[in-house]
Design a binder for this molecule. Structure first.
Ligand SMILES: NC(=O)c1ccc[n+]([C@@H]2O[C@H](COP(=O)([O-])OP(=O)(O)OC[C@H]3O[C@@H](n4cnc5c(N)ncnc54)[C@H](OP(=O)(O)O)[C@@H]3O)[C@@H](O)[C@H]2O)c1
Length: 333
């Protein structure tokens, strides 16, 4: 008999998540039936969407999330024992699954085998070579359509998505300005990832910094954070500028007020478009393979903030929300 540990969504979050909003339980799993497989979590992802989607979740269910899991038993030929899958199994150590879509309030994908990564670490299938990488790839290239020589600003720049967006914009020949929450993060972005400039939103005047670093204005803005930071960036955009709205993390735990941008949207004829990365499910592999190629060529660099131990999932999650992470935040079981 296999014992699974799982975090159950016990209380709806009120502001910043509290430890007793989730309940860690143990359950006995039955033997698998035909068509099913049993997967054991190896790496679990902690992501901002877990906070953002929480209001849509039912209490009493396993808290949502994706993981890389090893198939340890199988009665489904498409999911052979020994292979690794990416599954939206939620915060749990062991899962009995079929090939069907699970969880994610209907926004999910069916479990897929981890793509061939060569010498790259397996965990990248949750980050730079997975959903996070595809968010950067499609969200930047399809919505901002950055052209060589243009100025691209990215907020949440030192996180999983943001750090990859900035590097893809560099690959496309753009000038890149990253906005994030510590000088240490900024040093990594500029010295190691090749960003042209960095703005610390906690200590710098963003408007003045943008006027200094982008005297000719901003052409593309990849927005991970929303709120006042984004209003300030948008006020500095050029005619026909493009904004890709990926996330709004500044407002996930608290209500934020930001100056209106509408006058500027009209006068500069801006295009502002939100997206969910699942828009490109039919091109998913294209993004993954391009990111893997860039990673192998050394054109994309990555950092992971790894928390050890399933029992530390909650801390890893809230640390990520607080900005403790640089690059993708993951948990190693
Ligand atoms: N649209 C989609 O399909 C899609 C898919 C994936 C992710 N996303 C969104 O993309 C964004 C980044 O996700 P990620 O997975 O790459 O997470 P991440 O950036 O690795 O981690 C979250 C980061 O947000 C920053 N942050 C926290 N509170 C903030 C605040 N009040 N103002 C500004 N920054 C704040 C923190 O860095 P600092 O130290 O810089 O504060 C933290 O490290 C999120 O908004 C997420 O919801 C969207």
């Amino acid at each position: 008999m296999v014992k699974a540990k799982a975090y159950i969504f016990d209380k709806q979050f009120d502001g910043f998540p509290k430890k007793d909003d989730l309940k860690l339980i143990e359950e006995d799993l039955p033997p698998i039936k035909n068509g099913e497989f049993l997967a054991e979590a190896v790496y679990l992802s902690v992501d901002p969407y877990m906070r953002a989607y929480a209001p849509d979740l039912k209490l009493g269910e396993t808290f949502l999330g994706s993981q890389i899991a090893k198939i340890i038993d199988s009665k489904n030929p498409k999911y052979p024992v020994g292979q690794y899958v990416i599954g939206q199994f939620g915060w749990r150590t062991h899962t009995i699954a079929t090939g069907n879509i699970l969880g994610m309030t209907g926004r999910g994908r069916a479990p897929t085998l981890v793509p061939k990564l060569g010498d790259l670490p397996l965990s990248l299938a949750l980050g730079a070579a997975g959903m996070v990488g595809n968010t950067a790839y499609f969200g930047l290239l399809e919505l901002c359509k950055p052209q060589a020589g243009e100025t691209v600003v990215v907020s949440g720049a030192a996180g999983g998505v943001g750090s990859q967006v900035g590097q893809i914009a560099k690959i496309k020949g753009c000038r890149v300005i990253g906005i994030a929450g510590s000088n240490e993060k900024g040093k990594w972005l500029v010295d190691e990832l090749g960003f042209d400039h960095f703005i610390n939103y906690k200590t710098d005047n963003i408007d003045e910094a943008l006027k200094k670093f982008a005297p000719e204005g901003v052409d593309c803005y990849f927005d991970n954070v929303g709120g006042e930071i984004s209003s300030t960036v948008i006020q500095n955009m050029n005619k026909f500028g493009r904004v890709s709205v990926c996330g709004a993390i500044s407002g996930y735990n608290e209500k934020v007020k930001a100056p209106s941008i509408y006058g500027k949207v009209v006068s500069s004829e801006l295009v502002i478009e939100g997206f969910l990365v699942t828009r490109w499910l039919d091109r998913w592999n294209e993004g993954v393979q391009q990111n893997i190629k860039w990673l192998k060529e050394g054109k994309l660099k990555y950092k992971e903030t790894v928390t050890e131990g399933f029992e530390n999932m909650f801390t890893a999650f809230t640390d990520m929300l607080k900005g403790v992470n640089t690059g993708k935040a993951i948990v190693k079981v």
